[in-house]
Design a protein around this ligand. Structure first.
Ligand code: ADP
Ligand code: ZN
Length: 527
Protein backbone atom coordinates (compact mmCIF):
# COMPACT_ATOMS: atom_id res chain seq x y z
CA UNK A 1 0.00 0.00 0.00
CA UNK A 2 1.13 3.55 -0.64
CA UNK A 3 1.23 6.12 2.11
CA UNK A 4 -1.86 7.81 0.67
CA UNK A 5 -3.78 4.54 0.74
CA UNK A 6 -2.76 3.93 4.33
CA UNK A 7 -3.77 7.44 5.32
CA UNK A 8 -7.21 6.78 3.90
CA UNK A 9 -7.67 3.18 4.98
CA UNK A 10 -6.41 3.27 8.56
CA UNK A 11 -6.82 6.89 9.52
CA UNK A 12 -9.70 8.01 7.32
CA UNK A 13 -8.06 11.17 5.95
CA UNK A 14 -7.73 12.27 2.32
CA UNK A 15 -4.82 14.66 2.48
CA UNK A 16 -1.67 15.15 4.48
CA UNK A 17 -1.16 18.14 6.68
CA UNK A 18 1.72 20.55 6.36
CA UNK A 19 5.00 18.75 6.89
CA UNK A 20 3.63 15.23 7.28
CA UNK A 21 4.50 14.09 3.79
CA UNK A 22 8.04 15.43 3.89
CA UNK A 23 8.70 13.67 7.19
CA UNK A 24 7.14 10.39 6.07
CA UNK A 25 9.10 10.41 2.81
CA UNK A 26 12.33 11.10 4.63
CA UNK A 27 11.75 8.16 6.99
CA UNK A 28 10.80 5.88 4.12
CA UNK A 29 14.04 6.79 2.36
CA UNK A 30 15.80 5.41 5.43
CA UNK A 31 17.04 8.76 6.68
CA UNK A 32 17.10 9.76 10.32
CA UNK A 33 14.35 12.31 10.76
CA UNK A 34 13.51 14.94 13.33
CA UNK A 35 10.07 16.54 13.23
CA UNK A 36 9.21 19.55 15.35
CA UNK A 37 5.48 19.93 15.03
CA UNK A 38 3.10 22.16 16.92
CA UNK A 39 0.83 20.32 19.40
CA UNK A 40 -2.10 18.69 17.60
CA UNK A 41 -0.26 19.16 14.34
CA UNK A 42 -0.45 15.44 13.67
CA UNK A 43 2.96 14.05 14.49
CA UNK A 44 1.79 10.52 15.32
CA UNK A 45 0.93 9.76 11.71
CA UNK A 46 4.45 10.67 10.68
CA UNK A 47 5.85 7.55 12.31
CA UNK A 48 2.75 5.36 12.23
CA UNK A 49 2.43 5.39 8.46
CA UNK A 50 6.06 4.42 7.76
CA UNK A 51 5.71 1.78 10.50
CA UNK A 52 2.97 0.16 8.46
CA UNK A 53 5.09 0.20 5.31
CA UNK A 54 8.37 -1.04 6.79
CA UNK A 55 8.86 -4.83 6.85
CA UNK A 56 9.87 -5.05 10.53
CA UNK A 57 8.67 -3.69 13.84
CA UNK A 58 8.65 -0.05 14.84
CA UNK A 59 9.48 0.72 18.47
CA UNK A 60 8.05 3.96 19.80
CA UNK A 61 9.61 5.42 22.95
CA UNK A 62 7.09 7.46 24.88
CA UNK A 63 7.27 9.00 28.36
CA UNK A 64 3.65 8.78 29.41
CA UNK A 65 1.70 5.64 30.19
CA UNK A 66 -1.62 7.30 29.48
CA UNK A 67 -0.41 8.50 26.11
CA UNK A 68 0.76 5.02 25.12
CA UNK A 69 -2.51 3.49 26.15
CA UNK A 70 -4.56 5.98 24.11
CA UNK A 71 -2.39 5.59 21.05
CA UNK A 72 -2.45 1.82 21.14
CA UNK A 73 -6.21 1.77 21.68
CA UNK A 74 -6.70 4.06 18.68
CA UNK A 75 -4.41 1.94 16.50
CA UNK A 76 -6.09 -1.30 17.48
CA UNK A 77 -9.44 0.22 16.70
CA UNK A 78 -8.17 1.20 13.26
CA UNK A 79 -7.07 -2.39 12.68
CA UNK A 80 -3.34 -1.92 13.29
CA UNK A 81 -1.61 -4.50 15.48
CA UNK A 82 0.07 -2.58 18.26
CA UNK A 83 0.91 -2.99 21.93
CA UNK A 84 2.60 -1.18 24.77
CA UNK A 85 5.19 -2.28 27.30
CA UNK A 86 5.30 -0.31 30.52
CA UNK A 87 4.87 -0.55 34.26
CA UNK A 88 1.08 -0.58 34.04
CA UNK A 89 1.20 -4.23 32.91
CA UNK A 90 1.38 -7.14 35.34
CA UNK A 91 4.40 -9.37 34.96
CA UNK A 92 2.28 -11.96 33.18
CA UNK A 93 0.85 -9.45 30.74
CA UNK A 94 4.30 -8.06 30.10
CA UNK A 95 5.84 -11.41 29.18
CA UNK A 96 2.81 -12.30 27.10
CA UNK A 97 3.22 -9.08 25.11
CA UNK A 98 6.96 -9.66 24.68
CA UNK A 99 6.23 -13.13 23.45
CA UNK A 100 3.69 -11.85 20.96
CA UNK A 101 6.23 -9.34 19.76
CA UNK A 102 8.87 -11.97 19.05
CA UNK A 103 6.28 -13.98 17.16
CA UNK A 104 5.74 -11.01 14.87
CA UNK A 105 2.23 -10.12 15.97
CA UNK A 106 2.73 -6.37 16.22
CA UNK A 107 3.78 -3.72 13.74
CA UNK A 108 4.12 -1.03 16.38
CA UNK A 109 5.27 -1.46 19.97
CA UNK A 110 5.27 1.44 22.44
CA UNK A 111 7.96 1.13 25.11
CA UNK A 112 8.74 3.09 28.25
CA UNK A 113 12.39 4.20 28.23
CA UNK A 114 13.06 2.48 31.58
CA UNK A 115 12.35 -0.89 29.94
CA UNK A 116 14.84 -0.61 27.11
CA UNK A 117 17.94 -1.95 28.82
CA UNK A 118 16.27 -4.78 30.75
CA UNK A 119 17.55 -8.25 29.87
CA UNK A 120 14.16 -9.56 28.85
CA UNK A 121 13.54 -6.73 26.43
CA UNK A 122 17.04 -6.79 24.93
CA UNK A 123 16.73 -10.50 24.39
CA UNK A 124 13.35 -10.12 22.72
CA UNK A 125 14.40 -7.43 20.27
CA UNK A 126 17.40 -9.48 19.13
CA UNK A 127 15.01 -12.09 17.82
CA UNK A 128 13.08 -9.76 15.53
CA UNK A 129 13.68 -7.18 12.84
CA UNK A 130 13.46 -3.63 14.12
CA UNK A 131 12.89 -1.32 11.16
CA UNK A 132 12.52 1.94 13.00
CA UNK A 133 12.93 3.41 16.44
CA UNK A 134 10.82 6.48 16.97
CA UNK A 135 11.30 8.80 19.92
CA UNK A 136 8.15 10.65 20.91
CA UNK A 137 8.42 13.80 23.06
CA UNK A 138 12.08 13.82 22.14
CA UNK A 139 12.80 17.02 24.10
CA UNK A 140 12.70 14.86 27.26
CA UNK A 141 16.26 13.79 26.45
CA UNK A 142 17.64 17.26 26.96
CA UNK A 143 18.56 18.91 30.20
CA UNK A 144 17.87 22.19 28.46
CA UNK A 145 14.29 21.13 27.82
CA UNK A 146 11.38 21.75 30.11
CA UNK A 147 10.72 18.11 30.81
CA UNK A 148 14.04 16.37 31.23
CA UNK A 149 13.83 12.62 31.86
CA UNK A 150 17.14 10.97 32.64
CA UNK A 151 15.75 7.62 31.46
CA UNK A 152 15.69 9.02 27.92
CA UNK A 153 19.47 8.94 27.97
CA UNK A 154 19.21 5.14 27.87
CA UNK A 155 17.87 5.26 24.34
CA UNK A 156 21.22 5.61 22.62
CA UNK A 157 22.76 2.77 24.68
CA UNK A 158 19.86 0.67 23.59
CA UNK A 159 20.25 1.56 19.92
CA UNK A 160 23.93 0.72 20.06
CA UNK A 161 23.18 -2.72 21.42
CA UNK A 162 20.94 -3.63 18.50
CA UNK A 163 22.53 -5.93 15.91
CA UNK A 164 21.39 -3.60 13.10
CA UNK A 165 20.84 0.11 13.46
CA UNK A 166 17.23 0.94 12.55
CA UNK A 167 16.03 4.23 11.08
CA UNK A 168 15.74 6.71 13.94
CA UNK A 169 13.00 9.29 14.01
CA UNK A 170 12.31 11.80 16.74
CA UNK A 171 9.37 14.10 17.37
CA UNK A 172 8.51 16.92 19.69
CA UNK A 173 6.15 19.87 19.88
CA UNK A 174 8.51 22.17 21.67
CA UNK A 175 12.15 22.56 21.02
CA UNK A 176 14.41 25.54 21.05
CA UNK A 177 17.71 25.52 19.22
CA UNK A 178 19.59 24.25 22.28
CA UNK A 179 17.17 21.39 22.79
CA UNK A 180 17.18 20.53 19.10
CA UNK A 181 20.95 20.33 19.03
CA UNK A 182 20.82 18.15 22.11
CA UNK A 183 18.30 15.75 20.61
CA UNK A 184 20.39 15.39 17.48
CA UNK A 185 23.65 14.82 19.33
CA UNK A 186 22.37 12.66 22.19
CA UNK A 187 20.43 10.38 19.86
CA UNK A 188 23.38 10.47 17.45
CA UNK A 189 21.09 11.18 14.53
CA UNK A 190 23.15 10.92 11.40
CA UNK A 191 22.67 13.75 8.94
CA UNK A 192 18.97 13.95 9.79
CA UNK A 193 16.14 15.63 7.97
CA UNK A 194 14.96 18.34 10.35
CA UNK A 195 11.60 19.96 9.80
CA UNK A 196 9.98 22.63 11.95
CA UNK A 197 6.41 23.22 11.05
CA UNK A 198 3.05 24.66 11.82
CA UNK A 199 3.83 26.84 14.82
CA UNK A 200 2.14 29.92 13.45
CA UNK A 201 -1.50 30.29 14.42
CA UNK A 202 -2.64 33.10 12.17
CA UNK A 203 -6.10 33.43 13.68
CA UNK A 204 -4.70 34.27 17.11
CA UNK A 205 -4.11 37.89 18.01
CA UNK A 206 -1.40 38.29 20.65
CA UNK A 207 -1.31 41.18 23.10
CA UNK A 208 0.73 42.12 26.13
CA UNK A 209 -0.54 44.65 28.65
CA UNK A 210 1.04 46.10 31.78
CA UNK A 211 -2.11 47.13 33.61
CA UNK A 212 -2.23 48.89 36.97
CA UNK A 213 -5.31 46.88 37.88
CA UNK A 214 -5.41 43.48 36.25
CA UNK A 215 -8.73 42.55 37.69
CA UNK A 216 -10.43 45.59 36.21
CA UNK A 217 -8.92 44.94 32.80
CA UNK A 218 -10.04 41.31 32.98
CA UNK A 219 -13.53 42.18 34.11
CA UNK A 220 -13.93 44.78 31.36
CA UNK A 221 -12.75 42.34 28.74
CA UNK A 222 -15.02 39.53 29.93
CA UNK A 223 -18.00 41.88 30.02
CA UNK A 224 -17.24 43.12 26.52
CA UNK A 225 -17.20 39.50 25.33
CA UNK A 226 -20.07 38.26 27.41
CA UNK A 227 -21.37 35.84 24.76
CA UNK A 228 -18.03 34.16 24.21
CA UNK A 229 -16.07 31.37 25.88
CA UNK A 230 -12.71 32.14 27.40
CA UNK A 231 -10.03 30.84 29.73
CA UNK A 232 -8.29 32.93 32.37
CA UNK A 233 -5.01 31.43 33.56
CA UNK A 234 -3.67 32.44 36.98
CA UNK A 235 -0.34 31.49 38.49
CA UNK A 236 -1.65 30.29 41.85
CA UNK A 237 -4.67 28.46 43.22
CA UNK A 238 -5.36 31.32 45.55
CA UNK A 239 -5.67 33.75 42.66
CA UNK A 240 -7.94 31.34 40.80
CA UNK A 241 -10.30 31.28 43.77
CA UNK A 242 -10.16 35.03 44.13
CA UNK A 243 -10.71 35.92 40.49
CA UNK A 244 -13.42 33.30 39.99
CA UNK A 245 -15.28 34.49 43.05
CA UNK A 246 -15.17 38.15 42.04
CA UNK A 247 -16.33 37.40 38.50
CA UNK A 248 -19.10 35.24 39.89
CA UNK A 249 -20.30 38.09 42.08
CA UNK A 250 -20.49 40.25 38.95
CA UNK A 251 -22.91 37.71 37.50
CA UNK A 252 -20.43 36.22 35.01
CA UNK A 253 -21.00 32.58 34.07
CA UNK A 254 -17.75 31.23 35.49
CA UNK A 255 -16.21 28.01 36.79
CA UNK A 256 -12.76 27.14 38.12
CA UNK A 257 -10.08 24.46 38.01
CA UNK A 258 -6.90 23.77 39.94
CA UNK A 259 -5.09 20.86 41.55
CA UNK A 260 -6.40 21.76 45.00
CA UNK A 261 -9.94 20.71 44.10
CA UNK A 262 -11.14 17.12 44.47
CA UNK A 263 -11.29 14.83 41.44
CA UNK A 264 -15.06 14.95 41.19
CA UNK A 265 -15.25 18.71 41.37
CA UNK A 266 -12.50 19.14 38.81
CA UNK A 267 -14.23 16.83 36.38
CA UNK A 268 -17.55 18.54 36.98
CA UNK A 269 -16.14 22.02 36.38
CA UNK A 270 -14.24 20.94 33.32
CA UNK A 271 -17.38 19.43 31.82
CA UNK A 272 -19.39 22.55 32.57
CA UNK A 273 -16.92 24.53 30.53
CA UNK A 274 -16.50 22.05 27.71
CA UNK A 275 -20.22 21.59 27.25
CA UNK A 276 -20.90 25.33 27.26
CA UNK A 277 -22.80 25.44 30.54
CA UNK A 278 -20.24 27.89 31.89
CA UNK A 279 -18.55 30.38 29.63
CA UNK A 280 -15.46 31.40 31.52
CA UNK A 281 -12.91 29.04 33.02
CA UNK A 282 -10.53 30.45 35.63
CA UNK A 283 -7.71 27.97 36.15
CA UNK A 284 -4.11 27.26 36.93
CA UNK A 285 -1.93 25.57 34.32
CA UNK A 286 -3.34 22.24 35.60
CA UNK A 287 -6.23 22.88 33.25
CA UNK A 288 -6.11 22.11 29.57
CA UNK A 289 -4.10 18.95 28.95
CA UNK A 290 -5.90 16.94 26.34
CA UNK A 291 -8.81 19.34 26.18
CA UNK A 292 -10.03 19.95 22.70
CA UNK A 293 -12.70 22.63 22.95
CA UNK A 294 -12.87 24.36 19.63
CA UNK A 295 -14.75 27.59 20.36
CA UNK A 296 -12.54 29.23 22.99
CA UNK A 297 -12.49 32.85 21.79
CA UNK A 298 -9.93 34.24 24.21
CA UNK A 299 -7.23 33.17 26.64
CA UNK A 300 -6.23 35.76 29.21
CA UNK A 301 -3.08 35.19 31.22
CA UNK A 302 -3.74 36.97 34.47
CA UNK A 303 -0.05 36.44 35.24
CA UNK A 304 3.02 35.88 33.14
CA UNK A 305 3.69 32.12 32.94
CA UNK A 306 7.10 30.55 33.46
CA UNK A 307 8.24 30.21 29.88
CA UNK A 308 7.28 30.67 26.24
CA UNK A 309 6.63 26.95 25.81
CA UNK A 310 3.93 27.00 28.49
CA UNK A 311 2.59 30.32 27.30
CA UNK A 312 2.17 29.25 23.72
CA UNK A 313 0.61 25.95 24.67
CA UNK A 314 -1.92 27.60 26.98
CA UNK A 315 -2.64 30.54 24.72
CA UNK A 316 -2.97 28.10 21.83
CA UNK A 317 -6.12 26.67 23.39
CA UNK A 318 -7.89 29.66 21.89
CA UNK A 319 -9.29 29.47 18.38
CA UNK A 320 -8.88 25.80 17.57
CA UNK A 321 -11.73 26.21 15.10
CA UNK A 322 -9.61 28.66 13.12
CA UNK A 323 -11.80 31.69 13.85
CA UNK A 324 -10.24 34.94 15.06
CA UNK A 325 -9.41 34.73 18.77
CA UNK A 326 -7.37 36.69 21.28
CA UNK A 327 -4.47 35.82 23.57
CA UNK A 328 -3.81 38.51 26.14
CA UNK A 329 -0.99 38.49 28.65
CA UNK A 330 -1.31 40.77 31.66
CA UNK A 331 2.16 41.42 33.02
CA UNK A 332 2.94 42.40 36.60
CA UNK A 333 6.41 42.74 38.12
CA UNK A 334 5.54 40.30 40.91
CA UNK A 335 5.04 37.51 38.35
CA UNK A 336 8.79 37.22 37.85
CA UNK A 337 9.30 36.78 41.58
CA UNK A 338 6.56 34.15 41.88
CA UNK A 339 7.96 32.14 38.98
CA UNK A 340 11.44 32.44 40.40
CA UNK A 341 10.08 31.03 43.64
CA UNK A 342 8.54 28.04 41.83
CA UNK A 343 11.87 27.35 40.13
CA UNK A 344 13.88 27.54 43.34
CA UNK A 345 11.44 25.39 45.26
CA UNK A 346 11.90 22.42 42.93
CA UNK A 347 14.49 20.76 45.16
CA UNK A 348 12.53 17.93 46.71
CA UNK A 349 10.39 16.82 43.82
CA UNK A 350 13.25 16.23 41.41
CA UNK A 351 14.26 12.90 42.94
CA UNK A 352 15.61 11.43 39.72
CA UNK A 353 18.32 14.08 39.43
CA UNK A 354 21.59 14.58 41.21
CA UNK A 355 22.38 18.00 42.66
CA UNK A 356 24.54 19.16 39.76
CA UNK A 357 21.93 18.27 37.17
CA UNK A 358 19.19 19.90 39.19
CA UNK A 359 21.20 23.12 39.39
CA UNK A 360 21.76 23.06 35.62
CA UNK A 361 18.05 22.51 35.07
CA UNK A 362 17.18 25.43 37.32
CA UNK A 363 19.67 27.60 35.52
CA UNK A 364 17.94 26.83 32.23
CA UNK A 365 14.56 27.53 33.70
CA UNK A 366 15.73 30.92 34.86
CA UNK A 367 16.97 31.58 31.35
CA UNK A 368 13.59 30.58 29.92
CA UNK A 369 11.86 32.82 32.43
CA UNK A 370 14.04 35.67 31.20
CA UNK A 371 13.03 35.05 27.60
CA UNK A 372 9.41 35.04 28.73
CA UNK A 373 9.96 38.35 30.49
CA UNK A 374 11.54 39.81 27.36
CA UNK A 375 8.39 38.87 25.48
CA UNK A 376 6.50 41.17 27.82
CA UNK A 377 8.84 44.07 27.12
CA UNK A 378 9.74 43.78 23.48
CA UNK A 379 8.39 46.39 21.10
CA UNK A 380 8.85 44.12 18.10
CA UNK A 381 6.24 41.82 16.60
CA UNK A 382 5.08 39.35 19.28
CA UNK A 383 4.32 36.60 16.78
CA UNK A 384 7.79 36.92 15.32
CA UNK A 385 9.26 36.69 18.81
CA UNK A 386 7.40 33.46 19.56
CA UNK A 387 8.10 31.83 16.22
CA UNK A 388 11.78 32.74 16.41
CA UNK A 389 11.88 31.24 19.88
CA UNK A 390 10.76 27.95 18.38
CA UNK A 391 13.27 28.25 15.57
CA UNK A 392 10.79 29.14 12.87
CA UNK A 393 11.49 32.11 10.62
CA UNK A 394 8.88 34.86 10.55
CA UNK A 395 8.43 38.30 9.05
CA UNK A 396 8.96 41.19 11.49
CA UNK A 397 5.43 42.45 11.01
CA UNK A 398 2.29 40.34 11.41
CA UNK A 399 -0.29 43.10 11.69
CA UNK A 400 -2.19 41.05 14.27
CA UNK A 401 -0.43 41.61 17.60
CA UNK A 402 -0.45 44.46 20.07
CA UNK A 403 2.99 45.65 18.99
CA UNK A 404 2.25 45.63 15.28
CA UNK A 405 -0.95 47.52 16.04
CA UNK A 406 0.65 50.13 18.31
CA UNK A 407 2.20 53.31 17.10
CA UNK A 408 5.64 53.87 18.50
CA UNK A 409 7.78 56.94 18.69
CA UNK A 410 11.56 57.07 18.84
CA UNK A 411 13.03 58.38 22.06
CA UNK A 412 16.71 59.11 22.62
CA UNK A 413 17.71 57.41 25.88
CA UNK A 414 21.47 57.84 25.57
CA UNK A 415 21.95 60.14 28.55
CA UNK A 416 19.70 58.14 30.82
CA UNK A 417 21.50 54.95 29.76
CA UNK A 418 24.85 56.54 30.58
CA UNK A 419 23.70 57.37 34.08
CA UNK A 420 22.31 53.90 34.69
CA UNK A 421 25.36 52.11 33.35
CA UNK A 422 27.60 54.52 35.23
CA UNK A 423 25.77 53.72 38.43
CA UNK A 424 26.14 49.96 37.87
CA UNK A 425 29.84 50.42 37.18
CA UNK A 426 30.68 52.66 40.12
CA UNK A 427 28.79 50.42 42.53
CA UNK A 428 30.94 47.51 41.33
CA UNK A 429 28.16 45.50 39.66
CA UNK A 430 26.81 44.30 42.97
CA UNK A 431 23.14 45.30 42.89
CA UNK A 432 19.84 44.44 41.28
CA UNK A 433 17.41 46.59 39.33
CA UNK A 434 15.56 48.05 42.32
CA UNK A 435 18.70 49.32 44.04
CA UNK A 436 20.01 50.92 40.85
CA UNK A 437 16.69 52.62 40.18
CA UNK A 438 16.42 53.85 43.79
CA UNK A 439 19.92 55.27 43.54
CA UNK A 440 19.64 57.20 40.28
CA UNK A 441 16.15 58.31 41.27
CA UNK A 442 17.50 59.62 44.56
CA UNK A 443 15.41 57.62 46.98
CA UNK A 444 16.48 57.78 50.61
CA UNK A 445 15.23 54.49 51.99
CA UNK A 446 17.03 52.45 54.62
CA UNK A 447 18.67 50.11 52.14
CA UNK A 448 20.16 52.96 50.16
CA UNK A 449 21.62 54.39 53.33
CA UNK A 450 22.89 51.08 54.62
CA UNK A 451 24.73 50.41 51.35
CA UNK A 452 25.78 54.05 51.22
CA UNK A 453 24.44 54.38 47.72
CA UNK A 454 23.56 57.98 48.57
CA UNK A 455 27.28 58.61 48.22
CA UNK A 456 27.34 57.12 44.71
CA UNK A 457 28.24 59.77 42.08
CA UNK A 458 25.02 58.96 40.21
CA UNK A 459 22.77 59.33 43.22
CA UNK A 460 19.72 61.37 42.24
CA UNK A 461 21.00 62.18 38.74
CA UNK A 462 17.75 60.90 37.19
CA UNK A 463 15.41 62.33 39.79
CA UNK A 464 13.07 63.74 37.18
CA UNK A 465 12.62 60.48 35.24
CA UNK A 466 9.59 58.48 36.47
CA UNK A 467 10.41 55.12 38.05
CA UNK A 468 8.35 53.13 35.55
CA UNK A 469 10.27 54.73 32.70
CA UNK A 470 13.58 53.87 34.38
CA UNK A 471 12.45 50.28 34.72
CA UNK A 472 11.38 50.22 31.09
CA UNK A 473 14.75 51.58 29.99
CA UNK A 474 16.70 49.06 32.10
CA UNK A 475 14.63 46.29 30.58
CA UNK A 476 15.45 47.64 27.16
CA UNK A 477 19.16 47.82 28.00
CA UNK A 478 19.19 44.18 29.11
CA UNK A 479 17.12 43.12 26.10
CA UNK A 480 19.78 44.69 23.86
CA UNK A 481 22.56 43.35 26.09
CA UNK A 482 23.94 46.78 26.95
CA UNK A 483 23.61 45.46 30.48
CA UNK A 484 23.35 41.90 31.72
CA UNK A 485 20.87 40.71 34.30
CA UNK A 486 22.29 37.60 35.96
CA UNK A 487 20.35 34.39 36.39
CA UNK A 488 20.79 34.32 40.15
CA UNK A 489 18.08 33.90 42.68
CA UNK A 490 18.39 37.67 43.23
CA UNK A 491 19.37 38.85 39.75
CA UNK A 492 22.16 41.41 39.61
CA UNK A 493 22.90 43.95 36.92
CA UNK A 494 26.34 43.59 35.38
CA UNK A 495 28.23 45.29 32.60
CA UNK A 496 28.41 43.63 29.20
CA UNK A 497 31.01 44.02 26.45
CA UNK A 498 28.87 46.81 25.04
CA UNK A 499 28.41 48.83 28.22
CA UNK A 500 31.59 50.86 27.82
CA UNK A 501 30.60 51.84 24.29
CA UNK A 502 27.42 53.43 25.59
CA UNK A 503 29.35 55.41 28.21
CA UNK A 504 31.29 57.18 25.47
CA UNK A 505 28.65 57.13 22.75
CA UNK A 506 27.93 60.44 21.08
CA UNK A 507 25.14 59.47 18.70
CA UNK A 508 21.62 59.07 20.07
CA UNK A 509 20.54 55.71 21.48
CA UNK A 510 17.03 55.14 20.18
CA UNK A 511 14.35 53.19 22.00
CA UNK A 512 10.86 52.70 20.62
CA UNK A 513 8.20 53.80 23.08
CA UNK A 514 4.47 53.37 22.64
CA UNK A 515 2.82 56.66 21.72
CA UNK A 516 0.41 57.72 24.38
CA UNK A 517 -3.11 57.16 23.24
CA UNK A 518 -5.01 60.38 22.49
CA UNK A 519 -7.68 59.58 25.05
CA UNK A 520 -5.28 59.02 27.95
CA UNK A 521 -3.46 62.21 27.03
CA UNK A 522 -6.75 64.06 27.05
CA UNK A 523 -7.57 62.62 30.46
CA UNK A 524 -4.28 63.84 31.88
CA UNK A 525 -4.77 67.31 30.50
CA UNK A 526 -8.14 67.57 32.15
CA UNK A 527 -6.64 66.96 35.58
P1 ADP B 1 0.13 15.55 18.04
O1 ADP B 1 0.98 16.23 17.01
O2 ADP B 1 -0.27 16.47 19.16
O3 ADP B 1 0.66 14.21 18.48
P2 ADP B 1 -1.85 13.97 16.81
O4 ADP B 1 -0.91 13.15 16.04
O5 ADP B 1 -2.56 13.32 17.95
O6 ADP B 1 -1.21 15.31 17.29
O7 ADP B 1 -2.92 14.56 15.80
C1 ADP B 1 -3.84 15.54 16.23
C2 ADP B 1 -5.17 15.33 15.54
O8 ADP B 1 -5.06 15.61 14.14
C3 ADP B 1 -5.65 13.90 15.64
O9 ADP B 1 -7.03 13.91 15.90
C4 ADP B 1 -5.35 13.33 14.27
O10 ADP B 1 -6.20 12.26 13.94
C5 ADP B 1 -5.56 14.53 13.37
N1 ADP B 1 -4.81 14.42 12.11
C6 ADP B 1 -3.52 14.06 11.96
N2 ADP B 1 -3.17 14.06 10.66
C7 ADP B 1 -4.25 14.45 9.96
C8 ADP B 1 -4.53 14.68 8.55
N3 ADP B 1 -3.60 14.48 7.61
N4 ADP B 1 -5.76 15.09 8.22
C9 ADP B 1 -6.69 15.31 9.16
N5 ADP B 1 -6.51 15.12 10.47
C10 ADP B 1 -5.31 14.70 10.89
ZN1 ZN C 1 2.96 41.29 15.07
Amino acid sequence: MTKEEILKKYFGYDTFREGQETLIDSILEGKDTFGIIQTSGGKSLCYQIPALIFPGITLVISPLISLMRDQVAALNEAGVHAAFLNSSLTQNQYYKALDNMTRGQYKIVYVAPERLLTDSFLQAVRQVEISMLSVDEAHCISQWGQDFRPSYLKIIDFIERLPDRPVISAFTATATKLVRDDVISLLKLSNPTVLITGFDRKNLKFSVMHPRDRYQVTLDYVKDHIDECGIIYCLTRKLVEEVAEKLQSEGISVTRYHAGLGDAERRHNQDEFIYDQKQVMVATNAFGMGIDKSNVRYVIHYNMPKNIESYYQEAGRAGRDGLPSECILLYGGQDVVTNQFFIDRQQESADEMDAGTLEAVKERERERLRKMTFYCFTNECLREYILNYFGEKAPNYCGNCSNCLTQFEDVDIRDIAKNIIGCVKTSHQRYGIVMIIDTVHGSSNAKIQRCRMDENPYYGTLKEVPVHRLRQIINYLTLKEYLILTNDEYPILRLSDQSEEILVQEEPLIMKVAKEREESKAKKEKK
